[in-house]
Design a binder for this molecule. Structure first.
Ligand SMILES: C[S@@+](CC[C@H](N)C(=O)[O-])C[C@H]1O[C@@H](n2cnc3c(N)ncnc32)[C@H](O)[C@@H]1O
Length: 310
């Protein structure tokens, strides 16, 4: 209880601070700023940052947990079919998904375009095959090689809109004829788009989560520099937010608003898959509920997609 009082107190101070810093809660309603950003280079620098890679290593290297119920449902769905086949873990980071995928197959390979992430992975999984590679160009991988390709935790959103079809086409090339591709991607109509450091509730959500507020406030009390970083990053990146209607680009609250990522929608996701020559078998939201791919809109935070070649 005391902890909660401290947390709420801290939050009130932080809220006062926001008046001094500026009107950050307006981000969600602002559209059309800027002309875009070299998303690939920007996010590569973010994920290869020493502090961020160390954070992944601290939190995820030995982890054996699903990101959310959507990921769990998708992997449990495909596991029987992919058992013993060759698995490619794309954008592996420090290896959160490694143990999960090893339960499906001994033939496990991982890639990440961040040398620091790969180094972190190797420290914890010295016997496993992990190399630095860009998902856009899997030159070393033979066609039809993998029974399962996973690009988890919205990793594909670190790429520019124009690169998404290319990455999925590359996955289609290297997936086996009877193999599957699983990836997750953030939804523009969900609560992760348009977040700000001092929001009382997440965009699109009606209620205030006291737990989330308490965790955030405590984090800032422990490391006040992270609050300053968030404000600074949001200020720097808000001009890079562009809302294209069916999809958008904008800063992501994770990692103190440093990444500038893609947000899709059901219609955009449908078109992207079709353009890449992929058929969605099932799509789940973060709570593991099936997503209607015929819908025009949906308030899910993210989609986990199971797809195969058309
Ligand atoms: C959000 S992190 C997720 C890491 C890990 N999969 C997890 O769930 O903890 C996204 C990861 O994808 C990697 N990544 C992003 N774009 C990539 C690309 N084009 N090729 C390879 N890796 C990429 C980043 O370096 C980062 O490690």
């Amino acid at each position: 209880m005391n902890l909660l009082v401290i947390a709420v107190d801290g939050f009130v101070s932080a809220s006062r601070f926001v008046h001094w810093v500026g009107e950050f809660d307006e981000l969600h309603s602002q559209q059309g700023w800027g002309t875009g950003v070299d998303t690939y280079r920007h996010n590569h620098a973010v994920f290869d940052d020493e502090r961020i890679a160390a954070g992944y290593e601290r939190l995820n290297a030995g982890a054996t947990r699903f990101l959310d119920a959507g990921e769990q449902r998708a992997l449990v769905t495909v596991a029987p079919r992919c058992r013993g086949t060759s698995v490619l873990d794309v954008g592996v980071g420090a290896g959160r998904t490694t143990a999960l995928l090893q339960l499906i197959s001994d033939d496990y390979q991982a890639i990440d375009y961040s040398p620091r992430m790969v180094a972190a992975f190797r420290r914890h999984h010295p016997g496993l095959d992990c190399r630095v590679a860009d998902a856009r160009d899997l030159v070393d991988v033979d066609a039809g090689r993998h029974g399962l390709i996973l690009f988890s935790n919205n990793g594909i959103d670190a790429l520019a809109h124009e690169d998404r079809v290319g990455v999925l086409e590359e996955f289609r090339r290297v997936v086996a004829a009877d193999g599957v591709i699983v990836f997750s991607t953030l939804n523009k109509s969900g609560p992760s788009f348009g977040e700000t450091p001092f929001q009382l509730r997440r965009p699109t959500q009606q209620s205030v989560s006291l737990r989330a507020l308490a965790v955030r406030t405590l984090r800032w009390l422990i490391d006040p520099r992270s609050a300053v970083r968030s404000v600074r990053n949001l200020r720097a990146h808000r001009g890079l937010t562009i809302d294209h209607g069916r999809w958008a680009v904008g800063p992501l609250a994770a990692h103190g608003f440093a990444p500038v990522v893609h947000f899709t929608s059901v219609p955009d996701l449908r078109d992207t898959l079709a353009e890449a020559g992929l058929v969605p078998e099932a799509v789940f939201d973060e709570r593991g509920r099936p997503v209607d791919m015929g819908a025009q809109d949906c308030s899910a935070d993210n989609f986990t997609v199971i797809a195969h070649a058309a």
